[in-house]
Every structure is written in structure tokens, then in C-alpha cells.
Design a protein. Structure first.
Length: 298
């Protein structure tokens, strides 16, 4: 946040001369212009010529205490405006440049002529890289870029073992659901089937694997545990539920998902969706499943 100009001026006066410079113009009593033919203007023009690559950061106008306060306030502002117009186009001026006029409301010097002045504060070219530091301005951090919306792939083309190509439509709704899931959530991978009594995934289930792969690629901080379940009878003597979960684990790892983001376990028939024995094939299919447990997701 930029600080008030008055505070900036205070800092300028307080810092070592190496950090900032000051140039002063003096005015006749009750005047806010200087004779263009005077030595003072000639020297001032030479100063501007030598400081084309410097930067003016403040202009302060003052008056002596002769006359009314209102008159002196106006006179001081007119002196500031006059000097500003001399400088404009000749020397760089800070974009948030502010002019201030103090009129007679300042510590008066015994020599009245020293009170009738305009002080120009500027930073030389070789110090411009320290501009904000000199002015005591803390730079605002750059706003964080808004995250780009995640776009899930809708279709992929896969090569079959016989060399033919298949276009597969992916379930973007499911992918988004997994990608935005919170730690602790369980999500079933629907329509993920295995050949009977094996851990071999059916050809028709390939889209489910690539959907999960796409989610893992697009959400690099997502960590999951694959949980296998079976149906029909108590227990899992061949540990088929673990082998099925591991099959998906191995697929994802084969396609580049780091092992550190994956784990798996078999739960057998310990967590059925429908009581055993199931009443029909629909219930058996629901119990025979692989679920995703979201471990971490940012």
C-alpha cells in the first residue's frame, strides 16, 4: 500500500543524501513566477537537462508569513503548479506524483527570502532501482494467478492387441467427482468388471481405468487407496479382493502415477453393500466392486 505523500516527504528528508536529492527555486515576495531571463531559470534549465533520466517524486511550495493565511496558501499552490509545468515533459515524474503546498504553515527561517521557495525532491538515475525503498513504499505482492479450469479429456483412442483402433468415451462427471473429492470419501468405480474368479479386467472396463488415470494426472496432489471387495460368500480364501485392487494399482503405476500416491487393500466380503447371501445378480454385482478411498487431495 502506498503511504501518504506527507509521510513520503518526511522519509525523503530523513534519508542519506546518496538516496535522494533536493533542488530549490526561490521566488520574489508575492510572486509565483520567476523571470525567464534570470540566472536562476538558466541554471534550472541546465539542471533539468542534466537530469532527464532522474525522477521527481515530490514538489513542496512555501511562502513567508506576510499576508493572510488564505492568500499564502493559494500563493504556495501557484508556485508548485508553476514549477510542475516547468518540469513536465523534461524530467520523469512519478506516476502517483502529488504536489503539496504548505503556505506559511511551516517553520519560518529568519531570512524571509528562504521561505519563499519551492523544494523539488528527486531520485537520480543510478538510484531508481531503490525508488520504493527510498520512498518507504512496500511493494504489494503480485496477485496469485487464478487457477486454470481443469478440462477432462472426453475421448481417447486406444490400440487393440490386433492392431485396430478404438475410440473410447470417458465419463467426465465421474472424473470431476473424484478430482474434487475430500479426504476420507469413498467412491465406487462403477462398471469396473473382472473376468469370473480372476483379477483380469474385462475389455469393456478399460474406460474406467483411463478415467482414473486422467484424474491422477490432472490432480498431482491426489492420493488414493484402492479397496477391493467381492461378493457371494463369507471370506476371501484366494484373496481375490486384494488382487483386483492391485491390478488397478499396477495399471496406474505402469502409466506413470508415482507409487507414493497409491496404495491398495482387499476387504473381501467384510463391507458388503447388500447382506450375504445376495438376493439377485444386481446385488452381487454391487458387492463385487473396487472403491477409491481419497487419502489426500488439495
Amino acid at each position: 500500500m502506498k503511504r501518504p505523500v506527507l509521510f513520503i516527504i518526511f522519509l525523503l528528508l530523513a534519508l542519506p543524501a546518496v538516496a535522494q536529492k533536493q533542488y530549490t527555486l526561490y521566488f520574489d515576495s508575492n510572486k509565483y513566477e520567476i523571470d525567464p531571463a534570470s540566472d536562476q531559470i538558466r541554471i534550472f534549465k541546465a539542471w533539468m537537462s542534466a537530469n532527464k533520466e532522474s525522477k521527481v517524486v515530490a514538489i513542496d511550495g512555501y511562502t513567508d508569513e506576510d499576508g493572510s493565511t488564505q492568500f499564502n496558501d493559494t500563493l504556495a499552490q501557484n508556485r508548485v503548479d508553476y514549477v510542475y509545468n516547468l518540469i513536465k515533459g523534461n524530467i520523469k515524474i512519478r506516476d502517483d506524483f502529488k504536489t503539496r503546498s504548505f503556505g506559511e504553515l511551516h517553520k519560518q527561517e529568519a531570512d524571509k527570502s528562504k521561505n519563499r521557495r519551492v523544494d523539488i525532491f528527486y531520485i537520480r538515475k543510478d538510484q531508481l532501482h531503490l525508488e520504493n525503498e527510498i520512498l518507504g513504499i512496500e511493494e504489494e505482492p503480485a496477485p496469485e494467478p487464478e487457477p486454470k479450469p481443469i478440462v477432462y479429456t472426453e475421448k481417447i483412442v486406444l490400440r487393440n492387441p490386433n492392431g485396430t483402433m478404438d475410440e473410447i468415451v470417458l465419463d467426465t462427471v465421474f472424473m470431476k467427482k473424484v478430482g474434487t473429492a475430500k479426504p476420507g470419501e469413498h467412491l465406487a468405480i462403477k462398471n469396473l468388471n473382472f473376468y469370473e474368479n480372476t483379477f483380469a479386467i474385462t475389455q469393456e472396463s478399460r474406460p474406467r481405468l483411463f478415467e482414473l488415470l486422467e484424474v491422477m494426472r490432472l490432480h498431482p496432489k491426489l492420493k488414493i487407496k484402492l479397496q477391493g471387495h467381492i461378493c457371494c460368500m463369507e471370506g476371501d480364501p484366494r484373496d481375490l479382493s486384494t488382487k483386483r485392487a492391485k491390478a488397478i494399482f499396477m495399471f496406474l503405476q505402469q502409466y506413470g502415477v508415482p507409487k507414493s500416491r497409491l496404495s491398495f487393500e482387499g476387504l473381501g466380503t467384510s463391507q458388503p453393500l447388500y447382506p450375504l447371501p445376495e438376493k439377485n445378480e444386481e446385488e452381487r454385482a454391487a458387492n463385487r466392486r473396487v472403491e477409491i478411498l481419497v487419502v489426500e487431495n488439495e
